[in-house]
Design a protein around this ligand. Structure first.
Ligand code: KG4
Ligand code: ZN
Length: 386
């Protein structure tokens, strides 16, 4: 039990508590100068500091070991991403057991390096965020447990973050030295395009996701990876297809677009099969890799861009947000940036693929809106966004 002079007490959802009525409460209290209170078993956070909060986040959902510090939800102070790409390239995809072992080796140096880059100590941090899912179980466990250890050791709140939510929040992050990017404006449409997910979400407020539609088969990133393999291009497929496409003609092959009219869903498996059929026609001779890559990429971008624009019109949104590894794709970015109908936020290239800045950004809004977690939380490898 501690006695604090001159503070008001708030519960986890930031509602003011009358301490005399409520008595003791557990876990966490947000405090603001005002009246005397007694708190028991509470982490005490001055309310005046809440908006300025600094979040240290950890991301280990797949094959990147990452840590970052973000201030005020959008200002990136430091970010470190230790990629395992070279290790997995020899397998042509992520080898889960190897990824988990590599995270164990790398996680502490990555965290230490990140704090050093930000010129901060743990005592300067307000909360620890970590990816809880979706992702590879063996990888997620390493990051979440590291976060629990830090939270326990430093007496800081823990925030479990959904990786997909992180990809959306990456679109509002900017470097401390750069001009601020536009803030979130609701309602908005978020196009999430990663290696494992492709979905359109309508957001009316922070942390509120209404899934309008999703892929019925392959994710957009998965389609890039599979087509790269068909074309003999190296892993990861997205950047290799994009590079090969630069010398190709996007109209050389008339690949199908699955519009799935009347729904906000996507489908990319038919497109992948169409590419496969074309490669078979060239068996025994040289493959027109550049033209196939360019025509495939044009088909993916066409569908992603136009369906997102139609959803934005239908729901009369104030902003479009694009996030996830495929948001690094140049023609996709150019399509959104060239239109003037809706303001668009797309993350800087360094934050498109997996990183911890996005987890810190989403973690900030979870934390300041009162969604902190206890140390008993577990990983959720198949955690949906909504
Ligand atoms: O978000 P992310 O790093 O990991 C997941 O959460 O899945 O996304 C990885 C995916 C991979 O499928 C990769 O091929 C794709 O993003 N990707 C790209 C590009 N860069 C990465 N796809 C198309 N064009 C790119 N430039
Ligand atoms: Zn991701």
């Amino acid at each position: 039990m501690g006695r604090l002079a001159s503070f008001k007490v708030y519960n986890k959802t930031c509602h003011e508590i009358n301490p005399k009525k409520t008595g003791r409460f557990s876990n966490q209290a947000f405090l603001k100068p005002g009246v005397d209170v007694q708190v028991d078993n509470a982490i005490i956070i001055p309310m005046t500091d809440l908006k300025l909060a600094r979040i240290l986040a950890i991301e280990t959902s797949c094959d990147e070991t990452a840590a970052a510090v973000i201030e005020k939800g959008r200002v990136l102070l430091a970010s470190t991403v230790a990629s395992q790409m070279d290790i997995h390239a020899r397998y042509g995809g992520v080898y889960p057991e190897v990824a988990a072992r590599q995270h164990v080796l790398t996680i502490l140096p990555v965290i230490e390096q990140t704090l050093a880059k930000a010129h901060l100590a743990l005592s300067d941090i307000n909360a620890i965020a970590a990816t809880r899912g979706p992702g590879l179980a063996g990888s997620l466990v390493v990051g979440l447990n590291a976060a629990k250890g830090l939270a326990l050791g430093a007496g800081l709140p823990l925030v479990g973050v959904n990786h997909l939510e992180g990809h959306i929040y990456s679109a509002w992050v900017y470097n401390a030295d750069d001009k601020p990017s536009p803030k979130p404006h609701f309602p908005l449409i978020a196009l999430l395009v990663s290696g494992g997910h492709t979905e359109l979400n309508l957001m009316d407020a922070h942390l509120s996701y209404q899934r309008l539609g999703a892929t019925l088969d392959d994710a957009a990133g998965e389609a890039f990876d599979k087509v790269a393999r068909l074309l003999g291009l190296p892993y990861p497929g997205g950047p290799s297809v994009q590079e090969a496409a630069e010398n190709g003609n996007p109209t050389a092959f008339k690949f199908p677009r699955a519009w799935l009219e009347g729904t906000w869903n996507f489908s990319f498996s038919g497109l992948k099969t169409a590419v496969l059929k074309e490669t078979k026609r060239f068996e025994g001779g040289p493959l027109p890799v550049a033209d196939l890559a360019a025509s495939f990429q044009a088909a993916v971008v066409d569908v992603l861009f136009n369906k997102t624009m139609n959803a934005a019109r239908e729901f009369k949104v104030k902003q479009i947000v694009v996030g996830g590894g495929v948001s690094a794709n140049k023609p996709l970015r150019n399509a959104f940036l060239a239109q003037t109908e809706f303001p668009v936020n797309i993350p800087p290239l360094s934050l498109c693929t997996d990183n911890a800045a996005m987890i810190a950004a989403a973690g900030y809004f979870r934390y300041t809106l009162g969604h902190t977690d206890g140390l008993e939380i577990d990983i959720m490898p198949t955690w949906p966004l909504s």
